[in-house]
Design a protein around this ligand. Structure first.
Ligand code: ADP
Ligand code: MG
Length: 189
């Protein structure tokens, strides 16, 4: 290479990524807005779009918990030059700065930031799984994601609109089964 050749570029290209956020303690909206500002201010991260905030019932490992404080959830579309583990570390730093205390799995929290997908990448190690393994079952992820990207796809699982439709169908199926059971148990007929 001649001395005048340009030096090889080592800058990583920006890749699209999807971050889901949730909060069910404290001033949920203020926490989420501050966390999104922190995300936008992180070197190597650009905030491209933010969904509406959706109010949802808490989900525990054993199922839906109507008694727990309700969540505000949504999704942010970002572009990032960070690698997936570095991005996860930044998300965890932002969680920690907003008082997230890690106690129990799926427990109440001031802030939860999950990395849902990053371009078409697959990762599976003890720190990070991509795409996020439970995203396809979470309406509170799929619905806001679809709002900001109508053509969204979950790598390996297909289009988000189809996944959401399937989720709603299975929920309707369960609701019909449950109302049938209630009628049986009611002993009216
Ligand atoms: P949850 O969000 O399921 O309630 P936490 O936020 O406490 O659980 O995260 C638990 C662990 O999940 C973290 O320590 C993190 O290393 C791991 N993890 C694996 N994959 C992901 C992902 N795609 N996004 C966020 N965290 C992840
Ligand atoms: Mg999390």
């Amino acid at each position: 290479m001649s001395p005048l050749s340009p030096r090889p570029q080592r800058l990583r290209p920006f890749e699209p990524a999807v971050v889901a956020f949730g909060s069910n303690l404290g001033d949920r909206e203020a926490t989420i807005r501050a966390a999104l500002d922190d995300l936008a201010a992180t070197p190597g991260v650009r905030l491209d779009a933010v969904s509406s905030f959706l109010e949802t019932t808490a989900v525990r490992p054993h199922g839906i918990d109507d008694l727990a404080p309700r969540y505000l959830n949504g999704v942010a579309m970002i572009s990032t030059a960070l690698d997936p583990h570095a991005l996860l570390a930044e998300l965890q730093r932002i969680e920690d700065e907003h008082g997230r205390v890690r106690r129990e799995r799926w427990g109440d929290r001031t802030l939860d930031l999950d990395l849902i997908a990053m371009a078409g990448r697959r990762v599976d190690d003890d720190r990070l799984v991509l795409p996020h393994p439970r995203a396809a079952e979470r309406r509170f992820v799929l619905e806001p994601w679809l709002e900001v990207d109508p053509d969204a796809e979950l790598p390996g699982l297909g289009r988000v609109d189809a996944l959401l439709a399937r989720l709603e169908e299975s929920r309707e199926g369960r609701d019909v089964a449950a109302s049938g059971r209630e009628a049986d148990e009611g002993g009216v007929s």
